[in-house]
Design a protein. Structure first.
Length: 149
């Protein structure tokens, strides 16, 4: 779960080990009522009272590039306002409205990556990177139990 500006978002990983671990598929929920329902609470105003607190603050310098139906996102991430603790990641995104198009979109993304000279390899996400560096025990546990990467 994350907060962008004043809006909450809940990202749910719905696709593991795609394109040999180099791609992920997420469902992103932005409606506050739907997020609360997923968390099994009445409203997001209850987060503190049920013990859900901020674990990490990630700030990004983000660049977007558009090519046909694809978006290339380059993020330089900073953790807990520490400019010396940073991580860079590049993602090729293709948004689909219906999960029946996921497999087709994976082939399209792989083709796009290869055509444009990007390297197709497993990437550690922004939050998993923070955990891997700052709390390897939690990272290890989440990796073993949930395939967190």
């Amino acid at each position: 779960m994350r907060k962008r500006g004043n809006s909450w978002q809940l990202k749910i990983d719905v696709g593991k080990n795609r394109l040999n671990g180099s791609a992920s598929v997420f469902q992103e929920i932005t409606d506050p009522d739907k997020i609360a329902k997923k968390l099994k609470i009445e409203s997001l105003s209850m987060l503190d009272s049920v013990g859900i607190q901020q674990y990490c603050k990630i700030s990004t310098e983000r660049s977007h590039y558009k090519k046909d139906e694809f978006t290339v996102v380059v993020d330089k991430c900073f953790y807990n306002d520490d400019k010396d603790f940073n991580y860079q990641i590049c993602e090729v995104e293709l948004v689909v409205k219906d999960k029946s198009y996921i497999k087709e979109s994976e082939f399209k993304i792989e083709k796009f990556i290869r055509q444009h000279g990007f390297e197709l390899k497993p990437v550690v996400g922004k939050l998993p990177y923070f955990l891997k560096v700052e709390n390897p025990e939690i990272f290890s546990f989440l990796s073993k139990v949930y395939g967190f990467n």
